[in-house]
Design a protein around this ligand. Structure first.
Ligand code: ACO
Length: 331
């Protein structure tokens, strides 16, 4: 039997940070941010909740929609680039918050593609019969790790905090569920979008100089990312449609990782789809929430009635690594 997503949920912190709020912290403007990214506002945490805490709130909603209790979950997959601690991963912290004991908890570190990588793992475990109900979460707290001064403005204005969750279970028919996942990476571009310190290469791992020089904050070669993102998003969609012999016109909804509205528009144009109608976008509200962006978008799309049973839905992502991935789901 194929694996199916039987429940989804998302949670974002209450604190709304608009582009105008950012104008007060750094030399930027609402116009610059809107024009280049489509972002109008994002959410930032205002307490020590961590990516595990955001993930736990999203998971509770997903479990309620899937009609299951925490004790029914038999495996956890947590995708994040912003774990609560350097180690252990956020999966075990979320497990503790949900009161689930003894089951396995795996952290996935594939940044913007983390949720699809996690879904792919869940898909294989369900199909092999190893697990029956897997909780897959993407959760991020970016706001505590951004350089909120003018020096960091090219990156800081793009990101927001949030979490999304999905319950993956065996389906009731081979005609529905996760039809395919395709995962890719090219480490030659690892340093084009990265956070260098504190890592294990250096001794000591953290120095005042690292903080002063800004290597503890994310670095992004924006133009390089943009160029590769459009090509890889399109290639990943093409690959998943061809593998399943599904035409672009048959697709009801594409849910891309919410990187940047301009990237989403370029991808939609390439396939003749319309943003908002066939290609989901909520980046204006939340910014880029990395591993959380796809599960947040799936839940919002379902809540808005944009996904019905039997619809073909494409998930697609590109990000740091560089990594890129797709999933085709017949809902
Ligand atoms: N506010 C105002 N000015 C800024 C800001 C800011 N927040 N950030 C940078 N600038 C300045 C730069 O310093 C530069 O100034 P200069 O010309 O005086 O040197 C100028 O703006 C650059 O502007 P543009 O030439 O328009 O920059 P560009 O077209 O490269 O756009 C951007 C930059 C938006 C980052 C673009 O490269 C991009 O969209 N890249 C993709 C990045 C992305 O989406 N990342 C998401 C994370 S990765 C992922 O999820 C896949």
């Amino acid at each position: 039997m194929r694996a199916r997503i039987t429940g989804t949920g998302f949670y974002v912190p209450d604190k709304v940070v608009t582009n105008f709020d950012l104008e007060k912290m750094m030399d930027t403007s609402d116009e610059w941010i809107r024009e280049r990214s489509g972002i109008v506002e994002r959410r930032f945490v205002d307490s020590e909740i961590g990516s595990s805490g955001l993930g736990a709130e999203a998971a509770k909603i997903a479990m309620a929609k899937a009609n299951c209790q925490p004790e029914d979950i038999d495996f956890i997959i947590f995708a994040t680039l912003s774990p609560d601690y350097v180690f252990p991963g956020s999966g075990v912290f979320m497990q503790e918050k949900l009161g689930i004991k003894d089951i396995g908890a795996l952290d996935v570190r594939n940044q913007c593609t983390g949720f699809i990588y996690g879904l792919s793992i869940a898909d294989q475990y369900i199909k092999s019969g190893m697990y029956k109900r897997i909780l897959v979460v993407g959760g991020e707290v970016h706001s505590t790790g951004l350089d909120m001064s003018t020096r960091g403005r090219d990156v800081a204005v793009l990101f927001g905090d949030g979490a999304g969750a999905a319950i993956v279970e065996p389906g009731d028919s081979d005609d529905y569920g996760i039809l395919s996942t395709h995962l890719h990476a090219d480490g030659r571009f690892a340093k084009e979008l990265c956070c260098e310190d504190p890592g294990s290469l250096k001794t000591p791992r953290l120095t005042e100089e690292m903080i002063a020089s800004g290597t503890v904050y994310p670095y992004m070669n924006g133009r390089q990312v943009f160029k590769h993102a459009v090509v890889k998003f399109c290639g990943a969609i093409q690959e998943c449609l061809e593998a399943n012999q599904v035409a672009a016109e048959q697709v009801k909804l594409v849910i891309p990782h919410q990187a940047n509205l301009r990237i989403t528009e370029a991808v939609a144009q390439r396939f003749g789809w319309k943003v908002h109608e066939q290609v989901f976008s909520n980046i204006h509200k939340y910014g880029n929430t990395t591993a959380a962006s796809i599960p947040i978008a799936i839940d919002e799309a379902i809540n808005e009635g944009k996904i019905q049973r039997g619809d073909y839905v494409v998930l697609v992502a590109f990000g740091s690594g560089f990594t890129w991935a797709s999933a085709l789901i017949r809902w």
